[in-house]
Design a protein around this ligand. Sequence first.
Ligand code: SF4
Length: 490
Amino acid sequence: MTKADFRYQDEHPHEECGVFGLFAPGEDVARICYFGLYTLQHRGQESAGIATANCGKIYCHKKMGLVSQVFDETLLSQMKGDSAIGHVRYSTTGSSVITNAQPLVFNTNLDNFALAHNGNLVNSSALRRHLTLNSDKLVTNSDSELIGKTIANVPEKNWESKITKGLKNVHGSYSLLILTEKQLYAVRDPLGVRPLVLGRFNRGWVVSSESCALDTIGAQTIRELLPGEGIRIDESGVTQFIPPHVGGKSGFCIFEYIYFARPDSVLNKKLVYAARLEMGKQLCREHPVQADFVIPIPDSATAAAIGFAEAAGLPFYEGLIKSRYIGRTFIQPDENLRRLGVKLKFNTLPQILKDKRVIVVDDSIVRGNTTKQIVLSLRQAGVQQIHLRISSPPLRHPCYLGIDIASYDELIAHHKTILEIQRFLGVETLGYLSLKGLKKAIGKVQSGYCTGCFTGRYPLKKPSISHPANPSPDSAPKFAIVKANYYNNR
Ligand code: SF4
């Protein structure tokens, strides 16, 4: 039986990666990178790694596990350097094995470089074929290696041209950090699907997937990189070497606001917590109901539940207590043990819940199985009425831009109406936030959103189908098969 067979299947879609890097000569760069990754741990828990550049050499350490399991005091004190990049991984493309852990290190006609990537390519089949025909030996099955090899193969004599020309062949979502022996490069894909933010750290610079990691290390947020923009950081400071993409389509992942990003991060100048509060208020306006109080499914729906309660003029309580230490548990997917998994993660407060009419707020429903178990626990705790409110629209389509959202088959809202979902879950009423309401709650973002998993309309052309990285949203049966592989890896 594989590890995947034991995995507790969480109800949320999962983010795949977080990246963090800094150029700060004279600082303890590996340790600072460690703290940055620690803060980004919610973006990936399968593997972690740090690469440092020191005296013309790249050193890299990576392993399966949480950041705190991969690094210890001895290791960190040995990793010297002027700059570093780090990565936490949750596998979407490529399996969960150490060879796929990042940063990845590449040899080139110039020198070595290390690469950390957050995102998913849509032309990885073509890239893989091209590289294999050119006798390139690929050692991973991740998209990130394809990006690195493609850049490494460009025969230019300077890094800027190599990266710029290499990335012209790469299509999809990517927030990239590239560490050379003397420079740190950061690039965001032309659609700006995944976030990337620049900060100032003492006399150095730092780049991170989310601003919360800048706060943790005491860095000052300078600005978010623009879609398509590439910057170089070195002794002379920050220089833009790829101009931002203007005028074309763009698509920041709207799910970052709903679930993936930490509430204390700022995305597109909007605090995620404030966006979630507003989603809750909007949800209340769209689906008001008589009840005694509001509870969240912790932690990701807490802000939305507070917003809902405020708009409804109802008390906000905690009715479910989440174990802070369970993380992502691995258990047999047998019905009894799955129920135990939910119990391990959430315990109820019957003294608060008994005989009450309760509005339960969650951020999303993927398959519905975990939600159903939570509803059962609430009933056992004596809840009289459950009014479930979801602070996002129904998830009807999978994601091929880097998020592990299940296949069409497994998405409950793809094959059931809202009333059928309500009956399946056994709740008195069910209400989802509308897409219009969601956008209103977040406000305008400069780059525009991707809303593909709600609408089936993606900001990129449909990908080719032959590689699991490239499922086509219009090819449901085939797609379901390849996505099932991701899902089983969760
Ligand atoms: S399809 Fe959904 S999860 Fe994927 S990038 Fe678009 S909004 Fe984000």
